[in-house]
Design a protein. Structure first.
Length: 304
């Protein structure tokens, strides 16, 4: 049996989130980063309603981003280099971050170990009643970062979006021209079921046939997406570690399903036919039974 890491679902880090002491959050950017890893730290947890279910609940009226550049080979204690208050988009930023899957502990997973530059970020959200919520995350060369509000955490990687907001003063998330080559952040609810309710289509993305060609793909309509979601949600799931064991029976090439919704990010599910467990959404894994295997084989971008 061979252990295989499922890199297609995106990177996550096994770093434990630093739990801050129960104290009032600071009124401005701390002068130093208080964690010892990229992301995963805030200077004070929030008692805001919903912060135990979502990274950024509700509609904040302002957002200030604090930047702490450094190097991931010597992480910890980075000095504050500057701050930027968004001139536009605090509520939109919260709306997008609210869609990311979050739980009490970020799900660990495989990660490359390249050394290089990183920037830790704290985002200070303020609400119209004066309450404050801090979010800690980072942009890092391996894309392996824990994002936390001090109560719940996520392994979804949003570093480039935070960097863009810090540089421009506005929230405009970076969207890839090719969704099959984008960052797969996952969607809220995927820690409870394989595919959240309401997909309107599904895009199946497979590895390119040659290195110099784009990924192969097949688009399927709402009926196919909803039927596939029901089938995947019928499987018995368990918390995933983004690995699987190779089986002796070849079952085809791996691919990723991007379930699309009218609003918010895709729900991503990776299928590795010759592995057990076969199905993985980055937070949950499941072994596919024969009917589900036939169904996912029919929607595969590699199907003839």
């Amino acid at each position: 049996m061979i252990a295989i890491a499922l890199a297609a679902t995106g990177c996550a880090t096994a770093v434990l989130v630093s739990r801050p002491a129960a104290s009032p959050p600071p009124p401005s950017c701390p002068q130093r980063w208080g964690g010892d890893a990229p992301g995963g730290w805030v200077p004070g947890s929030s008692g805001l309603d919903g912060a135990d279910r979502s990274l950024v609940p509700g509609r904040p009226v302002s957002a200030m981003i604090c930047a702490y550049p450094g190097d991931n080979t010597r992480s910890g204690g980075e000095r504050l280099s500057g701050s930027k208050t968004l001139t536009d988009g605090a509520a939109a930023m919260a709306h997008d971050l609210d869609y990311l899957p979050a739980a009490e502990k970020a799900q660990p997973g495989p990660c490359t170990l390249m050394g290089g530059a990183m920037t830790n970020y704290l985002v200070r959200f303020v609400y119209d009643d004066g309450k404050v919520l801090w979010l800690g995350t980072a942009e890092e060369v391996n894309s392996c970062v824990t994002t936390t509000n001090g109560t719940v955490s996520s392994s979804s990687y949003v570093g480039p979006d935070i960097t863009a907001a810090y540089r421009t003063g506005a929230w405009r998330p970076v969207r890839p021209a090719d969704p099959c080559q984008g960052r797969f952040t996952g969607r809220r609810g995927q820690n409870e079921r394989m595919v959240p309710e309401g997909p309107v289509s599904v895009l199946a993305c497979g590895q390119p046939n040659r290195p110099d060609t784009p990924p192969v793909r097949r688009e399927h309509d709402a009926r196919a997406a909803q039927g596939l979601a029901r089938a995947l949600n019928s499987l018995e799931t368990r918390p995933g570690d983004n690995t699987c064991q190779q089986t002796s029976n070849p079952g085809g090439k791996p691919f990723t399903l991007l379930f699309r919704y009218p609003d918010g990010p895709d729900a991503t599910v990776t299928i590795v036919p010759d592995c057990s467990p076969t199905v993985n959404n980055g937070l949950l894994q499941a072994d596919a039974d024969a009917p589900v295997r036939e169904l996912v084989r029919a929607v595969s971008p590699h199907a003839r």
